[in-house]
Design a protein around this ligand. Structure first.
Ligand code: TYM
Length: 334
């Protein structure tokens, strides 16, 4: 396999206000990686419509995700941030991949099975071929590294399978096999109400998640009400395994402080949850409040946000269009 120029790509769906899981699992890493790589970060609006969206809300969510990237520290001047639907190469490459990827592969995707549930015959075709579009997002830039949370791991494996099959089918060494970057203590931030469920935008309980736009007092009360138990905090990570809610709080604090979970546990072992929660709430207020303030400021200037998106579209197209041209030649369209 040839030596591909290293490039990072990742995407976030504009399906609602971003939460602590999105931040600690993905966006915080986006910010770190920009010191080392050329990065392309995308607001994936085409993924969002695989389930029903209110058009007016979708439109405002696109700007809110963009504002969240910038407020969290993504450098839009040095890196590329843009909106997926504004670069048609994504859907054009996705069509080619629809013809490379196999139905059997898509049928195995656990996220599809979870989202479709018993309703498999009645969900959109888009929801099923969603991972093919995701592969197109990444490979339209020949990206080599993809920072994501743990829930996207299987989709990333499928992207690698698609890249490999395309290369084999056409006898080329054209696409890199993108590597997932899933790291840190918060690869899977869990619900504050149920430590066995992922923190997600769609959970009916507002108290299950902390939003990047939550006011300080809301953050404090959500952490105070987070599920824990009446015993003292255990001293070993093994004992923590049986206490998913406690493990989650320790992991969130460790990720926010950039320190190992074992170190955090050492600081709280034998203490009451109220002590841990008090410190965690203070820490999260420090992390989130500057982001919240900046999101609000940015959203007050929508013309500027739209200008940033337009520049991003131009820069992204300059990379993706020639790659699509080459794909069209490889498959025999040109
Ligand atoms: P999305 O929009 O659901 O989530 C955005 C990012 O946040 C991560 N994440 C979490 N990390 C830790 N704990 C959680 N509870 C948690 N919830 C979400 C996700 O793993 C993700 O990294 N399919 C993708 C978007 C996408 C994409 C791409 C990603 C489209 N094309 C190409 C990478 C490359 C998604 O739905 O993410």
């Amino acid at each position: 396999m040839k030596n591909f120029e290293q490039r990072v790509f990742s995407g976030v769906q504009p399906t609602g206000t971003l939460h602590l899981g999105n931040y600690l699992g993905a966006i915080k890493n986006f910010v770190e990686l920009q010191n080392k790589y050329n990065c392309v970060y995308c607001v994936v609006d085409q993924h969002a419509i695989t389930v029903e969206q209110n058009p007016a809300e979708l439109k405002s969510n696109i700007l809110e995700v963009l504002a969240s990237f910038i407020a969290a520290g993504v450098d839009y001047k040095k890196q590329i941030i843009f909106q997926q639907s504004s670069v048609p190469a994504h859907s054009q490459l996705a069509w080619v991949f629809n013809c490379v990827s196999r139905i059997g592969w898509l049928n195995r995707m656990t996220q599809f099975k979870d989202k479709a549930g018993k309703n498999k015959e009645n969900v959109s075709v888009g929801l099923m071929v969603y991972p093919n579009l995701m592969a197109a997002d990444i490979l339209a830039y020949l990206a080599t590294h993809v920072p994501v949370g743990d829930d996207q791991k299987q989709h990333l494996e499928l992207s690698r399978d698609i890249a490999q099959k395309f290369n084999n089918d056409f006898g080329v060494d054209f696409f890199p096999l993108p590597e997932p970057l899933i790291y840190g203590n918060a690869t899977r931030v869990m619900s504050l109400r149920d430590g066995t469920k992922k923190m997600s935008k769609s959970d009916p309980s507002d108290f299950s998640r902390i939003l990047l736009t939550d006011e300080d007092d809301i953050i404090v009360s959500k952490i105070k009400k987070a599920k824990s138990d009446s015993e003292l905090i255990p001293s070993s990570l093994d004992d923590l395994e049986a206490k998913p809610e406690c493990l989650n709080l320790i992991n969130i604090l460790s990720a926010s402080l950039n320190q190992e979970a074992s170190k955090t546990l050492g600081q709280y072992a034998g203490k009451e949850y109220s002590t841990l929660k008090k410190d965690l709430a203070e820490c999260l207020v420090q992390v989130i409040s500057p982001i919240r303030v900046e999101i609000k400021n940015l959203l007050n200037n929508q013309d500027e946000l739209n200008a940033i998106l337009a520049t991003g579209t131009e820069k992204a197209s300059l990379i993706a269009n020639p790659i699509l041209e080459d794909v069209y030649k490889i498959v025999g369209f040109k």
